[in-house]
Write a protein that binds this ligand. Structure first.
Ligand code: SF4
Ligand code: SF4
Length: 358
């Protein structure tokens, strides 16, 4: 039997359904009443999670006042980012006279701290239907008519991620959210200076679901952990994006062998402290074939420990250091399917099957 295709609108995600948006709902507020009148099934579990300490607040088992203070400074600094006039002038002039504007845009992104970048058509399925994070615009319909998305990655530091799920990981997340925000704002302003529409999508200000767009832009594959797996960095990345009407050349999706390796690896799912990741097959989520994640269980664990965990990011065999040896192994996995099982065997032998934080 042929499955009916859901209407295009039903295939889009609503930001109000994300855990971050749900956890911003204040009991008794109009937004709280509105959301749970439409999603009564989510209310008991969300109310239970609300009884736990908030992220970056005392009470979590890995709470550390000094590291938390540093993390909060990065998050706070995002609101104060200013793009220097000299940077804006230099890059808008270079872009106006560029023979290959797409390369110039990527050069700009790398010069600002991105590790890789790609371009794709903006697939409407990955644009949220409604805003959900802040009471000011909760429920506002998102109308984003930019044809293209420029997507880039920043690297999460390898050594910092070895602490997962301790406090150091949330400090590293905050640092990279800040970096991605600053880079996206630079590009947004440069594109606008050339007379084009552009919008930066960064921490808490996303109109987009970024991982599938990064896949479409040729930056990697979606792993069993539901995080992007990128070449050279594995899951140790954060994604930033700018949507625009600037004419860019699109990249093609790439195969790193990750999808196939995830089929036999399972390391992230076995090490997930909240058992949120799937040990079985992929399912269809709004037309996207992926491994499901129990997001409520994952987020509840974050609140319990007071950090954003990161075990599934750090324990992934693709997340080893960006060096000659590991890049050679990544290349073998990509090129030769027969190497995948031996690679997992050696991974477990040398690094252990169980994740041990530093
Ligand atoms: S740990 Fe293994 S199963 Fe999980 S995302 Fe990485 S390669 Fe895939
Ligand atoms: S962040 Fe932690 S709790 Fe959440 S899915 Fe990953 S390993 Fe599991």
């Amino acid at each position: 039997m042929v499955e009916p295709t859901p209407p295009e609108r039903d295939r889009r995600f609503d930001e109000r359904d994300t855990m971050f948006a749900r956890m911003e709902l204040v009991p008794g507020s109009p937004q709280y009443e509105d959301y749970y009148s439409r999603r009564p099934d989510a209310r008991p579990v969300d109310d239970r999670i609300r009884t736990q300490p908030r992220l970056l607040r005392p009470g979590g088992t890995h709470y550390d006042p000094e590291i938390t203070r540093q993390a909060e400074e990065f998050f706070r600094a995002i609101d104060e980012i200013e793009v220097r006039e000299t940077v804006l002038r230099e890059w808008s002039e270079r872009l106006r006279s560029a023979g290959n504007p797409t390369s110039t845009i990527k050069e700009l992104l790398l010069s600002q701290g991105a590790v890789t970048a790609g371009c794709t058509a903006l697939d409407e399925r990955f644009v949220y239907t409604h805003k959900g994070r802040f009471p000011e615009d909760y429920g506002r319909e998102i109308d984003l008519d930019h044809p293209s998305a420029i997507v880039f990655l920043v690297e999460m530091d390898f050594d910092e991620m070895q602490w997962a799920p301790k406090a150091e990981t949330i400090r590293e997340s905050a640092r990279q959210y800040y970096r991605a925000a600053r880079i996206s704002m630079v590009l947004e302003k440069v594109l606008r200076a050339t007379g084009h529409a552009a919008k930066a999508h960064y921490d808490a200000h996303y109109d987009l679901v970024l991982p599938p767009l990064a896949v479409a832009a040729g930056l990697g594959e979606l792993g069993r952990n539901n995080i992007l797996i990128a070449d050279r960095f594995g899951s140790r990345v954060r994604i930033g994006a700018v949507t625009t009407d600037f004419p860019v050349e699109y990249d093609e999706p790439v195969s790193l062998g990750a999808d196939a390796l995830c089929g036999v690896c399972l390391k992230c799912a076995e090490n997930c402290p909240s058992r949120s990741l799937s040990l079985s097959e992929k399912v269809d989520v709004k037309g996207v074939r992926k491994w499901p994640t129990r997001v409520e269980a994952c987020y509840a664990y974050w609140r319990r420990v007071g950090t954003d965990c990161g075990v599934c990011m750090a324990s992934c065999p693709f997340s080893h250091r960006d060096n000659r040896f590991h890049n050679f192994v990544r290349w073998m996995i990509r090129r030769f399917g027969v190497t995948r099982r031996p690679a997992i065997f050696l991974e477990n032998l040398f690094y252990g099957r169980r994740w041990k934080p530093r």
